[in-house]
Design a protein around this ligand. Sequence first.
Ligand code: ZN
Length: 394
Amino acid sequence: MTHPVHRDDVIGEARRVAAATDADLESVVADLETWVNADTPGGDVSALDRFAAELAHTLERYGLHPELVPAGERGLYLHAVLEGEGTARVALLSHHDTVFTHGTALARPFRRDAARCYGPGVADMKGGLAVAVHTARLLARGPRPFARLEVVSVPDEESRPHAPETIDRLEGFDAVLCLECGRPNGEVVSARKGATWFRIEARGHAAHAGVEPDVGRNAIHALAREAIRLLDLHHSRVGVTLQLTSVVGGEGLNTVASHASLTGDLRAITEDDLGWAVGEVAAFGEHDGIQFSLENLGGPPAFERTPAVASLAEAAILLGADLGHVFGEALTGGVSDGSWTAHRGIPTLDGLGPVGGLDHGPDEYIETATIPIRCGVVAGLVAAVDAGLLGDVW
Ligand SMILES: [Zn+2]
């Protein structure tokens, strides 16, 4: 920047982008309508690639340089770059896959009433995508208080148990602003629990359940005892949760079950607690003639509220209040790709999309009036990161 940037300049940038979005709100909502009405079910690579290509085209029209990065079987990752005259590198992170199957948008297309927009994926997270894309569009007009602004939209967030395929591109970034929707009360997300999904298998020995039951080694009995033991992990430390999510086993009505398995969902606020809890899951007791195995199926790491995350949240809250939208920050048990970037040590703030809720259900919605405010908050955060204004000043 050619002159020292002050907090007032950052607030001014937030106000400028919020006002400009408000003035263009109909065209923002028109984009959102187009995107919601295009079904993008996770796993349907051709539908996802088609969407990514159209989004790239739109971003190019808005002044960004899009690139479609192939990621094997998972479809194309969209990275669209805007170069500026500042020093910071900031990513706006979204996804364009949804949990809804083909035909959902036809059955209940985008709809809008006085206060809200509805439709499949409107909150999770095509509304967030609208905030990312239109903030970038307005920042492209200048001034551009960043060295590199990168709009990222991935095709596989809802189902991928590992980091985004292109996460290395964000290495060394100064901030990642993740556009999952804000909580229903407006809160941004400054911490997410980490999750580990696992499968336990028990192997015993089959026998006739009536004639020689004691010759057998019943895997279901042993697994049931272990399942009861695992339940004690739920709330065993603050924030630790455990839910058993499936159980199967056995071979027939009159056979001692030789095999059984279950799956579980384990979550914790810190990586330490998650590691500890996984260790506890693996601490099987002795069961005569039964062999246990534990398979770790992966899951996102804990997104911890580091000082850098806290100062991003603080700045977002101040910028929101200036724009007339009072909100706080939240820890949530749900995970997002922000979990992966935060775990990489990139200061990350999430829940910056429009205020909304009821994700993954038929009544999913966003509050339309929060779109311009969130665009302003995101633009202000970009400017604040670039100006090195996070931390004490705020
Ligand atoms: Zn999402």
